[in-house]
Design a protein around this ligand. Structure first.
Ligand code: PMP
Length: 391
């Protein structure tokens, strides 16, 4: 074993001893809220294919057709030869969808956050950053890359944000608030109207990650930033969840997008997304405005699941979306429940530290438009049976 590998083995052993060793398992996303793993078809409450678009015939057809027409690879990064007419047309469509002046496509949501944030912070030395405690790891990565200290406010506690804004960074050249419109582990929403008002009153720019809201919430699935038109300076979202594809977008003013085109490392130094990826997103954008029935169905399923969990005495936090946590508490209990559910034919992943705070290990239940009310009731029955009367 090489010297490097022996260090890596020791590090892996530490991860194993902490009970946090993970492995990859081959899984296939199916239609109708199902998933296949290990030769078994299960009800899926773990993926983010909220609207069932990942296997939609229109997306698959356009993705295939664009690959057939334009090839499998884009050949280069965007600023060299990787920009096709399809990239520019799709960016214009996204800008229109988000009611922003301009938009830019990124290879993934992680990459967008990790690229955009350091680019923004580099343009304004001394900028003061205010972030919700539960922002996604990719935003933390971006802030860490920039080497900037952030003022973190308690999750969704806008009184705390206001207090921090009153106290910190008054003499900074600019201030930036970072948050998500729907939080990925809790399924709760930021109060966009109040946030926009606070940002305006304190002369701070607002950056909102709409990874889990895009396609699902807001008029025509345009996200919660659509509730405060023109008041979010920078909106980011992914194509990889409700849009059933891959990649991400950032939307905002023309000057913001022109700047990022010239300064965001994770945009400049990576190969442009290929035609198949663009085709799927283009088809998803055709479908989204007409998916009001699916969005309403998802909302109703969420209400049904939350009511059922409450009946079982399980805390679902402040969830009000298609993401519903069932907070179990101790890590081993959440893991055991998830394993029992899998045995019973329900894929409901346990989320544990460090992804969520210690003592709040949970099942993160993600709903799909393909689920029926009977599917939700079956899940609740299985949770009740697995968790037992002495829970
Ligand atoms: N932001 C949030 C809030 C997310 O939940 C995720 C996905 N886990 C990302 C960004 C990253 O997006 P992607 O999966 O497209 O890299």
């Amino acid at each position: 074993m090489s010297r490097l590998d022996s260090h890596l083995e020791a590090a892996l052993e530490r991860i194993t001893r902490a009970g946090q060793r993970r492995t990859l398992r081959a899984t296939t996303l199916l239609s109708d809220g199902r998933i296949e793993r290990g030769g078994r078809t299960m009800l899926d409450f773990s993926s983010n294919d909220y609207l069932g678009l990942a296997r939609h015939p229109l997306l698959v057809e356009r993705s295939t057709r664009w690959a057939g027409r334009d090839g499998s690879g884009s050949g280069a990064s965007r600023l060299v030869t990787g920009t096709s007419a399809a990239h520019l047309a799709l960016e214009a469509r996204i800008a229109a969808f988000k009611h922003c002046e301009a938009a830019l496509i990124f290879a993934s949501g992680w990459q967008a956050n990790a690229a955009v944030i350091p680019a923004l912070l580099a343009a304004v030395p001394g900028i003061a950053v205010f972030s919700d405690r539960l922002i996604h790891a990719s935003m933390h990565a971006g802030i860490a890359m920039a080497g900037v200290r952030q003022h973190r406010f308690r999750h969704n506690d806008l009184d705390h944000l206001e207090a921090l804004l009153a106290e910190k960074g008054a003499d900074a050249p600019a201030r930036l608030i970072l948050t998500e419109s729907v939080f990925s582990m809790d399924g709760d929403r930021a109060d966009m109207v109040r946030l926009a008002d606070i940002a305006q009153r304190h002369d701070a720019a607002l950056f909102v990650d709409e990874a889990h809201a895009t396609g699902v919430l807001g008029p025509e699935g345009r996200g919660l930033s659509a509730l405060v038109p023109g008041k979010v300076d920078l909106v980011m979202g992914t194509f990889s969840k409700a849009l059933g594809g891959f990649g991400a977008y950032v939307a905002g003013s023309r000057v913001l997008i022109d700047y990022l085109t010239n300064a965001a490392s994770g945009f400049i130094f990576t190969t442009a997304p290929p035609p198949a990826v663009l085709g799927a997103v283009d088809a998803a954008l055709d479908l989204l405005p007409g998916m009001g029935t699916e969005r309403a169905h998802l909302a109703a399923l969420g209400d049904r699941l939350r009511a059922g969990l409450a009946r079982l005495g399980l805390d679902h936090g402040a969830s009000s979306t298609q993401i519903v946590p069932a907070v179990i508490g101790p890590e081993d209990k959440a893991m055991a429940l998830s394993a029992q559910l899998e045995e019973a034919g329900f894929l409901a992943s346990a989320i544990r530290p460090p992804t969520v705070p210690a003592g709040t290990s949970r099942l993160r239940l993600a709903l799909r438009a393909g689920h029926s009310e009977a599917d939700i009731d079956a899940l609740l029955g299985a949770i009740e049976a697995a968790a037992g009367p002495d829970r």
